[in-house]
Design a protein around this ligand. Structure first.
Ligand code: ZN
Length: 121
């Protein structure tokens, strides 16, 4: 049995890296595979799955109005990014900068359950 080496990228934070407090990590990078439209921060989702209702940040498709839980999307993307770039201890305000260096786009699949990653590095 052979094991393929994991694809990794080296990301060095330059002095001019731009910090961000944007709560939407994937702003400008998340696309709807159903209608190929950019998804943007939209109205929150009311999550009633765990007893008391909680409002959760969401991305909304500008074309077909599909929604995605921003917390789940952002966490999923960040885990993939740190697995690829090995930047585990990076300060949170530089996460968006790193994501923008490494990803060209991410598609929310037609069934809305998965993410397809298009890496730029
Ligand atoms: Zn759409």
């Amino acid at each position: 049995m052979t094991t393929a080496a994991a694809e990794t990228a080296t990301v060095t934070l330059p002095a001019n890296a731009v910090p961000s407090i944007d709560p939407y990590l994937m702003r400008g990078l998340l696309w709807c595979a159903h209608c190929t439209t950019l998804m943007a921060p939209g109205d929150p989702i009311l999550d009633t799955s765990k007893g008391s209702p909680v409002w959760r940040l969401a991305y909304t498709c500008g074309g077909c109005d599909r929604k995605a839980d921003a917390g789940i999307v952002d966490e999923t993307v960040w885990r993939r990014v740190i697995a690829r770039a090995n930047v585990r201890s990076l300060a949170p305000q530089y996460r968006q900068w790193i994501v923008r260096q490494m990803l060209a786009k991410v598609n929310l699949t037609i069934d809305g359950r998965n993410l397809q990653f298009l890496w730029s590095m």
